[in-house]
Ligand binder design. Structure first.
Ligand code: RBZ
Ligand code: NIO
Length: 333
């Protein structure tokens, strides 16, 4: 009888010089990585973070603490290497690229930025769809191509888009049915009246539509960066890469990706539990248990980058750690 790969992976892990199960969730992670790459000797050397940036029409409703121009300014900060995501990427040895998925205003026309603009920001989803079905399909397709491109072992997706916690909450609500009381959070740091206002806006926006298919929900309430992230996750999973999922907004994209292409779920490793209040509900909808809980609430892929060393270590355990037989260590009695 042929062993399945999952059984073979577990057997190899159990033969390593340690009490069975003693590396806990690192063992489960190692199994998952082996399954994603279809081998008992996975390679986990190279990680890339792609940051997708776009603007949101819903920002006009005062749902963020920060003004919309910060999206554009932060794109330039990423390109200059000065943002948290740049610092963490350098610190953990990950590559980083930045995609303009649809920032307000004119194209940047600057060196080093990947231009995949679907439009100059979405429309406000308070009064109509954030984007057309065609724009949504184009964003998914551009993302899918970026996810499939290159030869990274693991990929992470970050985002920058003022007001995108509002979009992620609305999208998450339509995809899961979880209430906006649960899913609406403070984002960049709204105070209590700001949070109440954001929730009221989202309740009105959600009442505009009934039940929606996943891709319809993405077009109605998503953002260009969220749709492109979802597409990238699908493309990367198809290419046999580990997909490291960051915080609240990335998880809303992950949920859309899994609803559109269910096989994507198997490639996903959930990096951390964000401080954003709705994150737990989106993680539950994906039956996801994140690796870290560090009270992060930034996005950009920062949490995903911090999880990369754990993922790399899990693969190294599988490929480099001695077995009892290799090392001449006596096994369990
Ligand atoms: C300087 C700055 C850097 C950021 N980096 C990520 N975000 C995060 O905050 C935004 C979402 O929060 P909200 O929905 O409240 O606008 C996104 O751009 C997200 O990536 C930032 C926000 C700011 C202000
Ligand atoms: O969890 C996140 O991704 C997040 C939370 C707050 C603001 N921006 C991003």
């Amino acid at each position: 009888m042929t062993e399945t790969l999952a059984t073979e992976l577990q057997r190899r892990i159990d033969l390593k010089t340690k009490p069975p199960g003693s590396l806990g969730r690192i063992e489960a992670l190692a199994c998952q990585i082996g399954l994603v790459q279809g081998t008992t000797m996975p390679r986990m050397d190279r990680c890339q973070l792609t940051i997708f940036a776009a603007d949101h029409g819903i920002a006009a409703e005062g749902v963020s603490l920060f003004p919309q121009e910060v999206t554009r300014q932060m794109v330039l900060n990423f390109l200059a290497g000065g943002a948290a995501a740049n610092v963490f990427a350098r610190s953990v040895g990950a590559d980083l690229r930045v995609v303009d998925a649809g920032v307000m205003g004119e194209p940047f026309g600057v060196e080093g930025l990947i231009e995949r603009r679907i439009g100059a920001g979405t429309a406000s989803f308070l009064t109509g769809p954030a984007m057309s079905a065609e724009q949504c399909a184009a964003a998914l397709e551009a993302g899918r191509a970026l996810g499939a491109d290159g030869d990274w072992d693991a990929v992470a997706y970050g985002e920058m888009g003022i007001a995108n916690t509002a979009a992620a909450a609305a999208l998450g609500h339509k995809l899961t049915g979880v209430g906006l009381d649960v899913l609406t959070g403070r984002g960049t740091g709204l105070d209590d009246p700001g949070l109440a206002q954001k929730r009221a806006v989202l309740e009105r926006a959600a009442a505009r539509t009934g039940a929606l298919a996943p891709q319809e929900a993405l077009a109605e309430y998503g953002g260009f960066e969220i749709a492109m992230m979802a597409g990238a996750m699908i493309g990367a999973a198809e290419a046999g890469r580990v997909v490291i999922v960051d915080g609240f907004i990335a998880t809303s994209a992950a949920l859309a990706a899994v609803r559109i292409a269910p096989a994507t779920r198997a490639a996903m490793v959930f990096a951390h539990r964000s401080e954003e209040q709705g994150h737990g509900a989106l993680l539950d909808a994906l039956d996801a248990a994140p690796l870290l809980s560090l009270n992060l609430r930034l996005g950009e892929g920062t949490g995903a980058l911090l999880a990369w060393p754990l993922i790399k270590a899990a693969a190294a355990m599988l490929t480099e750690m001695a077995s009892f037989a290799d090392a001449g260590v006596t096994g369990p009695a």
